[in-house]
Design a protein around this ligand. Structure first.
Ligand SMILES: NC(=O)c1ccc[n+]([C@@H]2O[C@H](COP(=O)([O-])OP(=O)(O)OC[C@H]3O[C@@H](n4cnc5c(N)ncnc54)[C@H](OP(=O)(O)O)[C@@H]3O)[C@@H](O)[C@H]2O)c1
Length: 225
């Protein structure tokens, strides 16, 4: 069975991706909340799958290197992300640093740990979860949108670099998803569901070896109420 490493798999979109991919992949699930990872592992095991939980703070590069030492990934989904939606003037240095660390720097460190194994094998697929905030902006989004614009550029450059080694890179850009990313966000009725984003990831991974879907924008289709 191939292995899929998924960051931010303890809840929300990452958890949905882990459950969606579990029938076809051994899952390696990364996040900080041990209990939630245990519950994900139990749910996957209950359906006959396999899930290895790794509790790690993605703000800590050396912890990432230790956690992923010896792990081979056929698929890597860089999903973990946070948002501090605040006017720039209210965005504290810690808010800024946390968004940069989790949304951007962690992608660098996790990918650096797993990409050499993919290149050596001549196969692999990295899916970065960006956002429509990766090409749009909104009030209070100076930090968050900056991180997602960075994810877009990083993803495209990496895609151009590594496809000749048999490694694909894709970026999935959801609109609003009903999760805990924003206060009250999980209750927004018109929003996408985490499962919808998981389906987009599965779709991107399902392309034949000679074809790469690089960028997918997935939006809610119900009218906002
Ligand atoms: N929800 C939306 O409307 C929306 C729209 C577009 C894009 N996205 C993107 O989708 C991705 C997932 O977001 P979500 O909505 O599913 O958010 P969520 O429900 O808040 O989940 C965020 C995940 O990231 C993990 N995480 C956060 N900080 C971490 C850290 N320091 N170390 C390790 N893991 C950390 C969390 O795990 P722990 O807390 O257990 O560590 C959790 O598993 C993000 O990249 C987000 O930007 C979301």
């Amino acid at each position: 069975m191939p292995t899929a490493v998924i960051t931010g798999a303890s809840k929300g979109i990452g958890r949905a991706i882990a459950l969606r991919l579990a029938p076809a992949y051994d899952i390696v699930a990364l996040a900080r909340t041990e209990e939630a990872l245990r519950s994900l592992g139990a749910e996957i095991a209950g359906k006959g799958g396999r899930c290895t939980a790794i509790d790690v703070d993605l703000r800590d590069p050396s912890a990432i290197a230790t956690a992923l030492d010896g792990v081979h990934a056929d698929v890597l989904v860089n999903n973990a992300g946070i948002m501090h939606r605040k006017a720039f003037i209210d965005l504290a240095p810690d808010d800024w640093a946390e968004m940069m660390d989790v949304n951007v720097h962690a992608i660098y460190h996790v990918t650096r740990a797993l990409l050499p194994g993919m290149i050596a094998k001549g196969a692999g697929h990295i899916v970065n979860i960006s956002s429509i905030a990766g090409r749009n902006t909104f009030l209070g989004g100076s930090g968050y949108c900056a991180t997602k614009h960075a994810v877009q550029a990083l993803s495209e450059c990496l895609m151009l670099e590594v496809r000749e080694y048999g490694v694909k890179v894709s970026v999935v850009m959801p609109g609003s998803v009903a999760t805990e990313l924003t206060p009250g966000g999980s209750k927004v009725e018109w929003a996408l569901r985490a499962d919808d984003v998981a389906e987009s990831v599965a779709h991107v991974l399902s392309m034949p070896p000679h074809a790469l879907t690089f960028m997918v924008e997935v939006r809610a289709s119900l009218p906002r109420k």
